[in-house]
Design a protein around this ligand. Structure first.
Ligand SMILES: N[C@@H](CCC(=O)N[C@@H](CS)C(=O)NCC(=O)O)C(=O)O
Length: 203
């Protein structure tokens, strides 16, 4: 059984949601960022990590991509033009949504206080709003999901980032993006991932 190291309220949620969509059982091992448990699986102390038998993988997008390829769901097949388009959307989301949210987090509570520059927040909010407009345009062109008529890895990434933005009090989203997020958050797999209960790591 897969072991996910992290917590529901972190980027580990992306992995939990992907596993639920793929119908794969897992155990969630409770670990906060930079905790001893996180460092057991990733020397950088970052979460999430995924243990598949003796193999340990890190980075939420790398893990989702591994699971999608392995189980043949949530992705266009590797080595196809569709997959290149999907990966381009995934990387755009990392550059234009995740990176902005992460910079905001670093300057709000992650960095030592003396290194924080709180004045960067309004610029990050503006950039995020501009990118949310682009996401609305992308959805208008693609349909129900970013890759057309079925859920793929970038949808999980996008909806997680949109929820993160809401939690971090970023400005309101354009209506089509809100509707997309609401629709995907109503999926049974999303709800199941939200309700995932963590166990403590063996000591
Ligand atoms: N790109 C990585 C980022 C992982 C990451 O930074 N996770 C945060 C928690 S959501 C963390 O562990 N931060 C601790 C740190 O950066 O030291 C991913 O998507 O998994």
């Amino acid at each position: 059984m897969y072991r996910v190291i992290g917590s529901v309220k972190s980027r580990a949620f992306r992995v939990l949601w992907a596993l639920e969509e793929l119908g794969q059982p897992y155990t969630l091992i409770d670990a906060g960022p930079r905790s001893d448990t996180a460092r057991q699986y990733n020397p950088l102390g970052k979460i999430p990590a995924l243990a598949d038998g003796d193999d340990v993988m890190t980075d939420s997008v790398a893990i989702m991509t591994y699971l999608a390829d392995k189980h043949g769901g949530l992705t266009a097949p590797a080595g196809t033009p569709a997959r290149a388009r999907q990966d381009a959307i995934t990387l755009w989301l990392i550059d234009e949504l995740d990176a902005i949210l992460w910079t905001n987090a670093k300057h709000s509570f992650v960095l030592p206080e003396k290194l924080r520059v709180p004045a960067v927040a309004p610029t990050l909010h503006k950039e995020f709003a501009r990118n949310a407009d682009t996401l609305a345009d992308m959805l208008e062109a693609s349909g129900d999901f970013l890759m057309g008529d079925h859920l793929t890895v970038p949808d999980i990434l996008a909806v997680h980032c949109l929820g993160w933005a809401f939690g971090a009090k970023f400005p309101d989203l354009p209506e089509p993006v809100k509707a997309y997020s609401k629709r995907l958050r109503a999926r049974p797999a999303f709800r199941a991932a939200q309700a995932a209960e963590a166990v403590q790591a063996d000591t």
